[in-house]
Design a protein around this ligand. Sequence first.
Ligand SMILES: [Zn+2]
Length: 258
Amino acid sequence: MNNKKVILISVDGMRPDGFLNCKNAYIEQIMEKAYYTLDGKTILPSVTLPCHMSLFHSTTPERHGITTNIYLPMARPINGLFEQLKNAGKVCAMYYGWEPLRDVSRPGSLKFAEYINAYTEESADTSLTDSALARIRKSKPDFVFLYMVDTDEKGGHENGWMTDGYLKRISIAVDNIRRVIEECGDEYTVVITADHGGHDRTHGTDLPEDTTIPMFYIGEDFEAGKRFTGGSILDIIPTIAKIMDVLPADEWEGTSVI
Ligand SMILES: [Zn+2]
């Protein structure tokens, strides 16, 4: 085990071409700093809670059993990233703007958490970033999960994927990512991904627009400015466990990219 720290940012519904077309100049710097893919794959159904359960447990819905946005406890529970980190003595924090996401960790795994209701806050993503940065300054948690939802709900669902209204929300998310990298990039590896994409005003299908996601790894363990092809959402937490030198759970199906 080492003392490396990681921040994982999930930008809900961020298509790779949404990222590329959001007209935020900082995307160039993200690609210069990152080992990254623009054609990674999420799981089916391409829906928020199933995708995040797969992200945090490195298993498909066939194994974790969550196929809708309603959480059900697993019949045969497996440890996700939060549980493995907690068992290794690591301090974890989570900032999220959509309440059902609380179930991606089991009770007792988090030391710090903040939920902001995105439906009643103009920019929950910005407020959550403020909160996460304040906690990082104060406590330096080993692992921080920052979840941004405005891109999906107020971007894609309200306006349609790839519309100006959607791209504007992506640009705000990139502004928040910039703040995280500029303030924490020396001390933390920063991993950025999305749970799924979208088309028209919806997602959940097996269309490439819904299932293709970007992944960016920024830190000393990665070759900066190098793009790779493919990759699965299931690979993200095995990679984070490898960075932090924490054992993966036996059930995890993904493969570390390092
Ligand atoms: Zn989502």
